[in-house]
Design a binder for this molecule. Sequence first.
Ligand code: BTN
Length: 325
Amino acid sequence: MKEKILKLLLKKEGYLSGEEISNELGVTRTAIWKNIQKLKTMGYVIDSVTNRGYKLVSQPDLIGKMSVRQYLETNEIGNEILFFDEVGSTNVMVKKMAEEGANHGLVFISERQTAGRGRRGREWISPRGNCYFSILLRPDLLAEKASMLTLVSALAVAKAIRNLTGLEAQIKWPNDIVLNGKKICGILTESSTDLEFVNYIVVGIGVNVNQKEFTEDLDEKATSLWLELSDEINRGKLIATILQEFEYYYIKFIQNLNLSFLKDEYNSLLVNVGREVKMIEKNKERICKAIGIDEDGSLLVENEKGIREAIISGEVSVRGLYSYV
Ligand code: BTN
């Protein structure tokens, strides 16, 4: 009920009368008043004026279940949302729940992580104020196609950040999101396979949102939405927007089973296009020119001899010549 009232208040610019809410939800005005009181104790500032009704003035900076749900209009992703204040890693939690039979579309959010995991076994430092969440997927998919979902997720996050903030988020192949050359989001996709099929996939997304400073070693290559905008971002709305974009591209991916449908859009946001990149493969480095992705999600590059090669994600790491991108 609280959730439904919030959704109505959010849609209304001015005051919404108790009668309108009561007609819309089919509950008594006393029940509405009680739920408004509960929302107030949770940190929502709601103005109530006799004869006019209620107006949502501000929301607490929390990413509880409700703060995401009130903005969410998906059909499968986020059907179940779990929220924790602190866990080791949301990916680890979701993998455990997947083994115990959790459903496709589950989203697990945590305010902070004590053992956040990055790609290549690295740590993902996860203080309060940012977004950390993992999505459980159970597609009918060949195991060899699972890595494509990494690129699907990257496009969804970049689009969500662009739509919500107007910032020109770009993608560093295969799935880092960058703003002004610095990393703003990392995605860790982990899958469990059975013979040649996918059992389940966990897409873990970490976005630097309201973080105001980074340690010296990260300062050069990491940024946050707050640092780029000088403004707080509603994290519930951000997660909902990402889930919405994710569902849109995910459904298309499952229909196509390759990335031809998003190749052009992905390449238009790819920060590496046309640039010389350093390719690091088992301690060996070489310089190539990046062209864009193909329909499998491999990065097409032109090598030293001008010959085209397709680089498969996970095997090579790509860096800019002088900086992170
Ligand atoms: C990277 O190295 O770029 C990937 C970072 C992925 C971090 C996210 S935060 C939510 C989810 N849980 C984890 O432990 N990791 C991912």
